[in-house]
Design a protein around this ligand. Structure first.
Ligand code: SF4
Ligand code: SF4
Length: 320
């Protein structure tokens, strides 16, 4: 059944059952005093009919190239520290090193820097600072190994909340050091997170529409912080663009999708294009991760795949 408000597949008509199964976020992550906010949010907004929260979206005009758009609700502001009245605009190398050490001391796997551009904004929202810090966090293997259903959805929701909490901690760290911040919570859907992460050179978007990174393959959640730091060490030369050529030969995510949410179209120039049909995807509503599980980058190491791909290409070139 399809939820008419948000277009998601509804696989369980009893939202109360989902609330009962919801992991106790505060107990897991020790964000005690904010747990009420999070609990209320999850109960009131996320656990609506399908659980995607889209009923609460003001503008849900998605870019279908930018993943499924899970969690497009306004996440409560859990910040403990207010933005400084007179923010600093420059950070020296030592501070960036300290920031990166702090980020890695949490469960954040990677950090990248880029400039926010209008094409990456999904919601029509004013963002004061375009200087953007992008963060990635591992999706636990439990999520991948749990078949679509209530348990998988709960695990997936928990991962989103965990990243939202860690992002807030990092934002507080920046504020404490005199920099202004605004958080793009992974639940908020205000930016195209995969495109932002690709622009920040953390990986490349594969045929599945997911970011594929050297550290985690397709198995990560992404968040961002807009900050007043105008001299972030931005490098926009992306060494991962070869992934798209690899995807052309692979297509395993398309075959793995049980809902036909990933399909191949042939263009008038006989070129194959992959389309993501978000209304068919049950990644948010049911915690489906088959496209992640079957991706070779989830099964083998990035460098191993790259080296093999380069060797095969070399042979093919010689034999021509
Ligand atoms: S495999 Fe699952 S998560 Fe991936 S596109 Fe298909 S329905 Fe969505
Ligand atoms: S499964 Fe294959 S085609 Fe799909 S994203 Fe992964 S590498 Fe690319």
């Amino acid at each position: 059944m399809v939820n008419e408000k948000c277009g998601c597949q509804i696989t369980n008509d009893n939202p109360d059952k989902k609330i009962k199964n919801k992991p106790k976020i505060n107990e897991i992550y020790g964000f005690g005093e904010d747990s009420q906010d999070i609990g209320e949010l999850l109960n009131n907004n996320l656990y609506n009919e399908c659980g995607c929260g889209l009923d609460h979206v003001i503008d849900n005009s998605y870019n279908s190239n930018d993943g499924c758009g899970c969690g497009t609700i306004d996440f409560p502001d859990l910040s403990h520290i207010k933005n400084p009245d007179k923010p600093k605009f420059l950070a020296d190398k030592d501070f960036i090193n300290e920031l990166e050490n702090y980020v890695h001391s949490l469960d954040i796997i990677n950090i990248g820097y880029t400039l926010l551009t209008n094409d990456l904004l999904i919601k029509d929202k004013f963002i004061q600072y375009p200087y953007t810090i992008v963060l990635t966090m591992e999706m636990d293997n439990n999520i991948i190994q749990t078949p679509p259903g209530e348990d998988a959805k709960d695990l997936n929701d928990t991962a989103y909340v965990k990243l939202a909490i860690l992002t807030t901690k990092i934002s507080d760290y920046l504020r404490k050091n005199g920099f202004a911040t605004e958080i793009a919570h992974p639940y908020s859907g205000i930016v195209g997170f995969t495109s932002l992460a690709q622009k920040a050179v953390l990986g490349y978007i594969g045929k599945s529409g997911l970011l594929i990174s050297p550290e985690l393959g397709p198995r990560q959640k992404i968040s961002a912080i807009f900050t007043s730091i105008a001299n972030l060490p931005i490098n926009e030369t992306n060494p991962h663009s070869w992934i798209i050529d690899y995807c052309e030969k692979c297509g395993k995510c398309i075959k793995a999708c049980p809902e036909k949410a990933l399909i191949t179209n042939i263009t008038c120039f006989e070129h194959e294009e992959t389309e993501f049909i978000k209304t068919l995807c049950i990644g948010c509503s049911d915690g489906c991760t088959y496209c992640i599980e079957k991706c070779p980058f989830n099964q083998k190491e990035y460098t191993h795949i790259k080296n093999r791909f380069e060797k095969i290409n070399e042979k093919l070139t010689k034999n021509r």
